[in-house]
Write a protein that binds this ligand. Sequence first.
Ligand code: ZN
Ligand code: ZN
Length: 198
Amino acid sequence: MNYQLQCMCGSVRGLLSHAENGIRGMCYCKDCRAYSCHLGIESRTHDSLGGADFVAALGNQISITEGAQNIACISLSPNGLLRWYAKCCNTPIAGTPRNWKLPYVGLVRAFMENEPGAYESTFGDVKIRANTSSAKQPPPALALKSFVSVASLMSRVFAATIRGSYKSTPFFHSGGEPVVLPTVLSKDERVRASADAE
Ligand SMILES: [Zn+2]
Ligand SMILES: [Zn+2]
């Protein structure tokens, strides 16, 4: 099943294929909050516990169909995750590792709001709670079956790495360079974003 992706202003659009394989999670880390604070959008991406809703997928499931010229990329540090966003409206798109051979993509929910209720009905319950030690308050516990989903995702990541299907991704050129040069936040910007993220 294809799932429509779009930034808040609608300029950047894409598709997530095999959406039924996407795994819904929440990330409570301070870096995700700092990324959203830097984009000035934390209230749209984070809940009261400091968690951001995302869907874990593989790069080869994602295609950008419109507005690719509006895609930009920041990183909180020289070796940090690449954090993609739509510069037309500062919608966070996704986080990816810097190494394209690890085709994991954490798609941010703000880029997945196509019609009311579609996100929940497609991805169901939260199955991963990451970095809960950085949550503002302890989040609810997960059912045991969650571990099974995460294990199945990781096995698909490794299979894609071995088969070379990581080369199919909207975020990297065929030689492995990011499609837009990531801007690493300056120390001042990082300090400000992290302070806002507390
Ligand atoms: Zn936009
Ligand atoms: Zn995070």
